[in-house]
Design a protein around this ligand. Structure first.
Ligand code: PXP
Length: 253
């Protein structure tokens, strides 16, 4: 195995906002499934979608259709509710990521509070793991949350990159990147699979992509927004190219 293969970070394309555009008019287009297939053709390693309680973008039928058709893997984001756990158990995606969800938020605002919900998360994770679904928890890059995730017995976490992405200057970006790095190193030491995402864009993805050991970056809004101007396949290709060049730079220096 060469150095490049050792750190091949994967791109999970989040297609929620194709659904947002559709639901805004109550039409049948644009189709998130077609978007997912185009993203896969352009090099996406997995497809991420969030079935929210209010069905504001992805609807149940999208998830069922995608499970039948995707060529890569589905990462289904859900809240920790009985309704969503039952849907996930029925669909059996390859991955389920538990995320916090507030009805009024524009997007997922913070990480899951695993520390305060260990019992509930453990029970739900065991149940879905028994159906051969890999469970991850979307958490802030905080060591106490990672320790709690370990107590729940999950095999993966997704680190919330929101604070990093919202950095207002280079100093804050460096600090938040260091926080991500510290959390990543601790989680890797504990044998967790570590993914990351939220707010990553063409202009801020490279430092995160150069962190050694991250498994998948889940990126949505920036790719779907860029697709308006260059097409979805090109938007995916460009994001993947940035990730790959960042990884190569990190390895060779
Ligand atoms: N990962 C998780 C767990 C998310 O909830 C989201 C947003 O839905 C993303 C990644 C993608 O974030 P963005 O759309 O900002 O790229």
């Amino acid at each position: 195995m060469n150095a490049k293969n050792m750190n091949r970070m994967l791109l999970g394309v989040n297609i929620d906002h194709v659904g947002t555009l559709r639901q805004a008019r109550g039409t049948s287009y644009p189709d998130p499934l077609k978007a997912a297939l185009d993203a896969e053709e352009a090099g996406a390693d997995s497809i991420t979608l969030h079935l929210r309680e209010d069905r504001r973008h992805i609807i149940d039928q999208d998830v069922y259709n995608m499970k039948l058709t995707l060529q890569t893997a589905m990462n289904l984001e859900i809240a920790l509710t009985d309704e969503m756990i039952a849907i996930a158990a029925d669909i059996k995606p390859q991955h389920v990521c538990f995320v916090p969800e507030k009805r009024e938020e524009l997007t997922t605002e913070g990480g899951l509070d695993v520390v305060r919900n260990i019992d509930k998360i453990t029970e739900a994770s065991h149940y879905l793991s028994s159906k051969n679904i890999e469970i991850s928890l979307f958490i802030d890059p905080d060591l106490s949350q990672i320790k709690a995730a370990l107590m729940c017995g999950v095999s993966a976490i997704e680190l919330h990159t929101g604070h990093y992405a919202e950095s207002i200057d280079a100093k804050t970006q460096k600090k938040t990147l260091f926080t991500l790095q510290k959390a990543l190193n601790f989680a890797l030491q504990e044998q967790l699979i570590v993914n990351a995402g939220h707010g990553l864009h063409y202009n801020n993805v490279e430092p995160v992509a150069s962190l050694f050991g991250l498994n998948t970056l889940n990126i949505g809004h920036a790719i779907i927004a860029r697709a308006i101007f260059v097409g979805l396949k090109q938007a995916v290709v460009e994001m993947k190219a940035l990730m790959q060049s960042a990884q190569l730079r990190d390895i060779t220096h």
